[in-house]
Design a protein around this ligand. Structure first.
Ligand SMILES: [Zn+2]
Ligand SMILES: [Zn+2]
Length: 387
């Protein structure tokens, strides 16, 4: 595998950074320690500019090539961890109870730092590479916060690229697709009010457990009977809270879940039908339903041209036969979608081998992916900015 030689030399150093970040996970925007480490390293590499505090705790490094060129591209990594108790038993495991890097953002941050070090050393490109380290990917829309804080206009970014590790994709392989690659994820909260009462006298009550159960069932009919079977959609109700005793019909119930889609049309359809089904079902049983349907991360759409470039660079590193250029979309969401709404670009998956899944307490980023992902970043910058 043609790993960039200098990147291979940096493998141990990047691994040490990755494990250091892994041991000190931070959540959402509260990534002060990680952001400080990133900013310190970027300065020590001799980046032309290092700007912290974009989108609250985001960090940006500016690296100008030594050849003449005006093009500017952004390479983005995420820095935040998850509220999960780590169960890996690794020597560098989380030192913070209840928090862990279970999505590999430690690896993403370390690989992009490695790329920044290489790019600042060699500068073998025309134009400017902007390395972007964002907070709050895990539900906090940190990418959107950075965009709103002027990330794109301030640095003149013309194209954006992102990467995520992928458990189950073999080590040394990549996967990408043009078009919609990850789902829009919206949030459903339903507060039900019925009439509480004695379990033995249900005729005098309006049972919110029964109404809630009907709503959970009816919502599934949206995907089964309203969405074109050739389109993708998911509705999952993942929380159902009601009651506190086996002989009391609860007055209130609360349900929460997520609705996911790969196109704006299906996204609108889900929103409309969820409201009709929730309100209609509650009315049918004499309960009151208050639905909060909040719009989350948008569909993540890869642009054709940048996807072809990303796939070609990945093929150069891994071998063309190790790059799936038409991988199926996934219904997970990714807030890099906010950057892709602003500028054309591409997001790619890099194999993490047979590890535990993302967000699992036994997950760990695979350090063998470091030279592969870092080589991808540096060759991508050198190719996109070839002049
Ligand atoms: Zn995640
Ligand atoms: Zn992630």
């Amino acid at each position: 595998m043609p790993i960039v030689n200098r990147v291979a030399d940096l493998h141990a150093e990047i691994t040490a950074w990755r494990r250091q970040i892994h041991a000190h996970p931070e959540l959402l925007y509260d990534v002060h320690r990680t952001a400080a480490l990133v900013a310190d390293k970027l300065k020590s590499f001799g980046c032309d500019d290092v700007v912290a505090g974009i989108g609250r705790t985001g960090v940006v490094g500016v690296i100008r090539g030594r050849k003449a060129g005006a093009k500017v591209i952004g390479l983005r990594a995420d820095m935040d961890a998850l509220p999960i108790e780590e169960a890996t038993g690794l020597p560098y495991k989380s030192t913070v109870p209840g928090k862990m890097h279970a999505c590999g953002h430690d690896g993403h941050t370390a690989m992009l730092l490695g790329a920044a070090k290489y790019l600042a050393e060699t500068r073998n490109f025309a134009g400017t590479a902007i390395v972007i380290f964002q907070p709050a990917e895990e539900g906090g829309a940190g990418a959107q916060a950075m965009v709103r804080d002027g990330l794109i206009s301030r640095f003149g970014i013309e194209e954006v690229f992102g990467m995520h590790n992928y458990p189950g994709l073999p080590m040394g392989e990549f996967a990408i697709r043009a078009g919609a690659m990850m789902a829009a994820a919206d949030h459903i909260t339903i507060n039900l009010e019925g009439v509480g009462g004695h379990a033995a006298r249900p005729h005098l009550a309006v049972d919110t457990v029964l109404v809630g159960a009907q709503i959970v069932n009816q919502l599934q009919s949206i995907v089964a009977r309203n969405v074109d079977p050739l389109q993708a959609a998911v509705i999952s109700i993942c929380m159902f809270q009601a009651g506190h005793a086996d002989n009391v019909i609860p007055q209130h119930a609360r349900l929460r879940g997520t609705a996911r889609s790969l196109s704006p049309e299906i996204r609108d359809l889900l929103q409309k039908r969820v409201r009709e089904v929730v309100e209609g079902t509650a009315r049918l049983y004499g309960a009151k339903a208050e639905l909060t349907y909040s719009i989350g991360y948008p569909v993540m759409v890869n642009e054709e041209r940048q996807t072809a470039l990303a796939a070609a660079v990945a093929g150069e590193i891994a071998g063309a036969d190790k790059v799936d250029t038409d991988c199926p979309p996934v219904m997970g969401a990714e807030d890099f979608a906010f950057m892709l709404q602003e500028r054309p670009g591409a997001f790619i998956f890099v194999g993490n081998g047979a590890s535990a899944g993302l967000h699992h307490p036994a997950y760990d980023f695979n350090d063998e992916a470091i030279p592969i992902g870092t080589s991808y970043w540096v060759r991508l910058a050198e190719t996109a900015l070839a002049g």
